[in-house]
Design a protein around this ligand. Structure first.
Ligand code: MRU
Length: 351
């Protein structure tokens, strides 16, 4: 069966000549797809959070390169490889933290270089689809590997949305939770709300309920209380970038959960494909953290909640040091207590 057909939730679809993106800003009230026909519109959709989540941004970018190529092949059939460069640069800078975006654009740049002059668009589209399919396959593999680590009757907490909506399908952290739930290993799932965009409340809860998987929402500030008074076995999260030493950038609030988990003896699992590992960066301190408009914090659901004159700090990711992580689950294998040696061992080429 087509790998994509197995999933119920599809954030990204390619439909004959255009990209369809599920507008995640509208969920859970409305399920609407936005039709994207140009690379510039795809760049805007990534910047404006129509599509979000590190692998999903990368896959969108891969298809966006096909749209850019179409425009430039028609406008300048001989010079299109040169003419496309500005679009690709803008695309790769749409959001700074998730390395999958640059990873996908770089992979498509190599494909542009090797594309035949006869049918470059078909060649590029095949590569974009293969990035999409490989992501789903990686998620299914990580789901199985991560679920193996879970104890029976596990109680888990996840943060933000690292599910089908954030990937090509199935999800990273939510893939492990899906697989664990299907195997009867998970007793209870908590999802943190994830202010200010509420990815946990709006997206993770919606996505799990599509498959009748029960979920209990938590205000982000309730995690310590739950760990101390109700018992929790695992925090399971995704990642936007993993540095070569195993430090992890993920949604703001992840670092506090890791500190709390260590204090309360709760396992901390990060689930991310190798497309999220940035081997060029030695440590998490080198990762650029996206700062977004303070209005996102000063308002909630489109309504202002803070008094006029209040200011807000809106860093949307933080860095969890590798020493607070018990397991990094990738499609190439599980790294226990990740560090530079463990990460290097995932690859055939030792660097
Ligand atoms: O700002 P977002 O919604 O793009 O942030 C998403 C996250 O932080 C996810 O946890 C991460 O991208 C992993 S998604 C598999």
């Amino acid at each position: 069966m087509d790998v994509r057909a197995r999933d119920k939730v599809h954030a990204i679809k390619w439909s004959s000549d255009r990209l369809l993106l599920l507008d995640q800003r509208l969920l859970p009230e409305r399920k609407e797809y936005i039709s994207i026909a140009t690379c510039r519109d795809a760049t805007r959709a990534i910047r404006d959070m129509v599509v979000r989540g590190a692998p999903a941004i990368g896959i969108t970018a891969a298809y966006a390169v096909v749209l850019a190529a179409r425009e430039h092949v028609v406008a300048s059939p001989k010079q299109w490889r040169e003419a496309i460069k500005t679009d690709l640069q803008e695309l790769s800078e749409a959001r700074p933290t998730a390395v999958n975006l640059r990873w996908a654009v770089d992979r498509m740049r190599s494909t542009i270089a090797s594309a035949p002059d006869s049918d470059p668009l078909g060649y590029l589209l095949a590569e974009a689809k293969s990035i999409h399919d490989q992501d789903i396959a990686a998620n299914r593999r990580m789901g199985a590997l991560g679920a193996d680590l879970l104890n029976k009757h596990a109680t888990v907490l996840t943060h933000c949305n690292a599910g089908a909506l954030a990937t090509g399908g199935y999800g990273t952290a939510l893939g492990v939770i899906r697989a664990g739930f299907a195997a009867g290993k998970i007793k209870h799932i908590y999802a943190g709300e994830t202010r200010p965009w509420l990815q946990g409340a709006r997206l993770t809860a919606w996505e799990l309920l599509q498959e009748d998987i029960p979920v209990m929402l938590l205000p982000d500030s309730a995690a310590a209380h739950v760990m101390r008074s109700h018992g929790l076995d695992w925090v399971i999260v995704g990642a936007d970038r993993v540095a070569a030493n195993g430090d992890v950038a993920n949604k703001i609030g992840t670092y506090s959960l890791a500190v709390l988990a260590r204090e309360h003896g709760v396992g901390f699992m990060v689930v991310a494909p190798t497309s999220t590992i940035d081997r060029h960066l030695d440590a998490g301190a080198d990762i650029e953290i996206e700062l977004r408009d303070s209005e996102e914090v000063l308002t909630c659901g489109g309504r202002r909640i803070a008094p006029e004159g209040a200011r807000a700090f809106n860093a949307v990711f933080d860095i969890t040091p590798a020493e607070l992580i018990d397991y990094l689950v990738t499609e190439k294998g599980v790294v226990e207590r990740p560090d530079a040696t463990g990460i290097r061992a995932l690859y055939d080429d030792p660097r």
